[in-house]
Design a protein. Sequence first.
Lengths: 279, 190
Amino acid sequence: MNDTSGKNADMSSHQREKMIKGVLERTSGSPCGRARELICAQAGDTLEKVDTVLLAGHTAHCPACRSLATVMAWMPKPLLELAEIDPGEAFTAAALKNMLPWRQRVARRLRNCGEEWASLVRRPRFAWEAAYIGATIIGLLFAAPISPLRNVPGEALRLAQANPVQALVEVSRRQLPMTMVEWSDAAWAATGGRAGSITRIWRDDLWDRLGRAWEAGAPLGSDTAELGSALWASRGDRIRNSIVRIKTDFHDIRTELATASPRNNSHKQQNSSGEPHGR
Amino acid sequence: MNDLALILDRCRQGDELAWEALVRQYQSRVYAVALQYVRDADEALDLAQDIFVRVYKRLDTFQGHETFPPWLMRLARNAAIDHLRRRKARPPRRDIQVEDNPPLPDTGPLPDANWESQGRRQLVHDAMGQLTSTNREMILLKEIQGLNLKEIAELLGIPVGTVKSRANRARLELARAILALDPSAGMTSP
């Protein structure tokens, strides 16, 4: 009999909660949102007395809000305990070390670098390590696919295998004397081949001397200006004589042309003026 | 003039002992702040040192009428933001998982320390890792470091009312996060 009445009482409690929930859903909505506001205010000790009673009434029947209120109630203590956490013994020393004026820090670091370098060099393996690092650097410089110096070893080998004098002369013939050739052709065209042939002779002579100077060990530089200076210094008299000769030839040609022109002109004038006379 | 003001005055004059005293006095607090921002013990050590370097360099800018903790919090916050920005630009070698929160370092001698309070502290610390950065910062400043609403408003550059509502929301979110991590936490009496 008692069991039956207890079961009835439980069922009525369950039904009562269900009924309250149904009424709230159809009227004001769930009170949990408002209850959570009050839970926050309660944690901040800003809750009015009536609200305290209302909140207690709600949490008594709402497990979710009750759990939240419980957590909110014990939360401040562990939060306050998180305000200070010991970073350990070494922290103070490390922090103070960082506060040294920068001059002292730089001086200390330099001093340490010197000591570290000295101890590094004294190690028996240093030579092996240095060789390894050097080989790695050279390998990266000359063998890496993206390195701009990648073709240098091949070129150097090719040059070393070829006749260096011949190679230099070939390169020079290809690259340097374009203006000289043009100038020679122009002189050829202007002077009817006389001065042009002289400059061609001089040009060929210059290349021969260049080869001989190279074989004689003259200090030839890679730059055109250096090359010219070196040649001038080593075989200056002969080159100078060649240029003087060319200059003299040009002067003679110009004189001949100048003297030939008035003669031709006067001859033409004589012809043109003589005819009427003859007539 | 209180002790802190005297120490600060000596620090400005370049007294190394005063500086050491200041570091010792605030290192736990600064480390705790750094830990909440970066959530990694080693990174927090670096950040805490960085914060002290900033304090050292900018001690002259500290005005006497300001209270020191909010000023320190401002420097710590700026340093933490810079640190996080750098970390974002150059991520660490290993990922720091939120679920993989390291055990909380020892918080120093606590007379009433027992396993329950340590467990709760760890639980709260883990739950802090679940919060958004805004909510975590609000909990850090308001609940952990105990700054008042006005100081937080000045620090964050937002109105006091906004601070209040954000603080309430953050507290609620933290409680929810705690319950999500450990549902039995809501059954324990305070």
